[in-house]
Design a protein around this ligand. Sequence first.
Ligand SMILES: [Zn+2]
Ligand SMILES: [Zn+2]
Length: 338
Amino acid sequence: MKVISSQLNKLVDYEIRRFKNIGIQNVIIGLVIGVIWLVSFYEIIRFIYPNYLYQYSKSFYFIAATVGGLSSSSYFISNFFFFLCYRGEYEFIEKFKTNPDPWPWKENPERFRKLLPITLLRNFCNTCVIMPGLILLSGLVRKSKYRLDLDTMPGYIEILNHIYFILFIDDLFSHIVHRLLHIPSLYRLFHTQHHEYDTTIGVASLHAHPLEYIFSNLLPSLIGALILGERVHIISIYAYTIVKNFNSVENHCGYDFPIYPIRLLPLSIGGNFHDFHHSHNAGAYSTHFIYWDFLSGTADYYFKIRDEQDIQKKQKALNASKISQETQESKESKEKKG
Ligand SMILES: [Zn+2]
Ligand SMILES: [Zn+2]
């Protein structure tokens, strides 16, 4: 009982510190962005689905094409956004960079020139060949029983609940697979490619061996919807598909934007959590929430480093304020003497 209550206290402490770091102003902006996204998505899909999509919804190929198309397009759109950020090197964006090391193209331009074409090829293979191929071949999607009708189209709250549930289940299975991939023999065979980026960028998200992509990314994202069965509508699955892809790219983008709405979900991982996994290669296996790493103790090293960095930041701020106070005092004493 004591252990459970101490673990719960730690979780509460984690959440309080996370929201303190985000700050009330950014929480409000993040909420506004989240609401704008949800309302826009809902209004667009409420118009498109009954008028253009519903008539084809009985076809399995329709489901495969729409989910696959949304997945690829949201992945490429979010990467295009980050490409513009990297290219522009805007000061107001660069200040959110999580890793103090330079971007890979600056740190080792020659290595990056060799790595980038391979990364783009892996991105293309995984999103445009393996993902649609597997969805088409897989009996999993065929057997799923989700709702397609117009009478029970979900509302905002139902969509949000389903996104959270499917992400939660996705996180559990991808966490397990990710931990298995860190067994030395499996790591050498399948996961070493993904860790070629120790400072991550958006496209590093799918810089992965095809088998890693299937077992760690694709299959875990199907399980939540299969569990929900007819309790989930295809519209919720569309919403989840967009969120999942944006989140996957955001986890690797190399920035920690405090206004990012997904970080407002309860017990979400911090923006630098997956970045920490790449830079330190020690624990921090989950990609959406803190639950599984917290329960299995694989976030401990992350917490230790985070605490040390917090102390260093506080010390730096204290030193800076001492120096400015001393400068001010010496200025005043000079003025008095003068
Ligand atoms: Zn890993
Ligand atoms: Zn990664």
